[in-house]
Every structure is written in C-alpha cells, then in structure tokens.
Design a protein around this ligand. Sequence first.
Ligand code: F3S
Length: 80
Amino acid sequence: ACYTKVEKDTCIACGACGATAPDIFDYDEEGLAEAILDGNRGITEITGDLEEDLIDAEEGCPTESIQVSDQPFETPVTNK
Ligand code: F3S
C-alpha cells in the first residue's frame, strides 16, 4: 500500500495522471492535478488495483509531480 499527493508547484496540467488514474486524480480550477481521495493531503492508503493505476500515473507524469510514499504525507489529526 502507499500514499500519494501532487506537487502542484511543478505540475504543468498535462492531464496524464487523471487519464491514467481517474479514481485517484482530478483537476482543480486551474487545471492542476490533485489527489481527490483526501484533498491532496496524501493520507489515504491506496491499495490493490488503484495502487497499480497510481504507479502507472507516477511513471507517466512528465514532471515527476506525483509523489508516492509508503508513509502518509501528514500525520492524521487525532482528537487529544
Ligand atoms: Fe500534472 Fe503530472 Fe498530472 S504534470 S496533470 S501531475 S501527470
């Protein structure tokens, strides 16, 4: 399993990731990609077929803006 978010500073809105992994990535009003599962926070575990789509999207991004990690990008907020 892994986690993902988009580095919007380097995304050039090419559109490849949303075509490759439409269940993971969509675009904001400027056309920049973002992970839709958790508001681009990179805290939702991605498994199974979605993980395969994610790796394809990561490899297909021309600017390497799709960040993938085996750890969450943020520590989930807990109460107290
Ligand atoms: Fe941006 Fe890369 Fe997707 S440039 S639109 S994150 S494939």
